[in-house]
Write a protein that binds this ligand. Sequence first.
Ligand code: AHR
Length: 500
Amino acid sequence: MKKASLPLSKNFKVGEIDKRIYGSFIEHLGRAVYGGIYEPGHATADEDGFRKDVIDSVRKLNVPIVRYPGGNFVSGYNWEDGIGPKEERPQRLELAWGVTETNEFGTNEFLKWCKKANTECMMAVNLGTRGIEAARDLVEYCNHDKGSYYSDLRIKHGVKDPHNIKVWCLGNEMDGSWQIGHKNAYEYGRVANEAAKVMKMVDPTIETVLCGSSNRTMDTFGHWEAETLQEAFWNVDYVSLHQYFDNKLDDTPSFLAKNMVMDDFIDTVISICDYVKGLKRAKKQINLSFDEWNVWYHSNGTPVERWSKAPCQLEDIYNFEDALLVGLMLISLVRRADRVKIGCLAQLVNVIAPIMTETGGGIFEQTIFYPFMHFSNYGRGTTLLSKISCDKHDTKEFTDVPDLDGIAVLSPEEDALTIFAVNRSFEEDYELSIDMLDFGGFKPVEHIEMAGFGLKETNSIVSAPVKPTNAELPEIDGRNAKIHIKPLSWNVIRFEKDNQ
Ligand code: AHR
């Protein structure tokens, strides 16, 4: 068995973990809304048409915030279409995904669903076909108490109390040529700044997210962030990052190293935020909203009938290696919890999602459900500096890939310590020796593991074999704990302070 070590101390704190790092995303896309969170007539539907089986599953994930309503969808969306009496709402051609949007579900329905799912809404405004005025009006409709046209309209629609949505995305992926209303950096920076300024005039308590690059391979990556941020610096709070990975080349060693790209992406965007901060001679710090991330490629090329309603779209079925990479991506986000304050697993239900439903039928939890659930439930508190010493290997795409990657999180009460770790090695068992420098009295209580599955093994509505099990507890000797980390495995090792 190979040996690895990890020294941990309460004094080596990287940063507080904002719980919103465990957010997710619901877009009007495919069966995320219709047949996903909303399906009147379904056996489990409540009086609002919300599927209770889906709500139960979302609650297991403990998702604190959900971005809505897009995504590419938002850039052609008239929010006014989705409010008021349902029978008066227009059907629209939805151009981003080539389907028909019935608008049966809209802002107030989503906000009601959020309450039932124990989460909050992160709202995106349309800066594609619309602009400052529509953004301003939506903030007024959602957040103003009463006594103005849009707040009174909300009340007329049966919602007395304001929704008080705190986080607002200024459009979506506006650097992408595919985006409805695509803009260059100057155009976008200007409109984002003006929209954010006016939205904050309506409600000064909100926070706004500037669209960063759609991904780091965009030609304009870096320049886009610097230029848009120079325009909008004083009216925005976060810059967004989006990243999807694939294993199209069926090269799993490289696939499992891809969160190193994410580490680099995060570091680069932090540098750009700080560069602009320097140019502005500012004290204000811009943080990161990693509001789309996941594995996405299995469903690519699946045909969709044009102008159909809520067809199957982007319904990736995830396998075990995807779960390992999702765990690694979460490690990367939490590693920089000092600056990454919001994260959204894209998406939540049916569309590149941890939760899958059958319209009119059952539900199942995909492989990627589990690392997310573990982090969201046990990864709250403070990130500790976690330098694992272990062997490294090369892959076709990467050099010096550590066999093990992991992160330690100290609970808010400092009475629990959780280590999340992935072994990327195909053959090597590791003995991870944790030197718990100042954790006297901490005892191991659980070692959750996902290991021994075929890399391409999946879950389905019929059977869901890829799920966590309990592994042997670490051996503890004084302040040293030794943990067996199996090849190709996901691990959650929990210690609690023994008060005896
Ligand atoms: O999440 C699916 C799509 O990916 C989103 O609509 C878009 O923002 C991104 O390109």
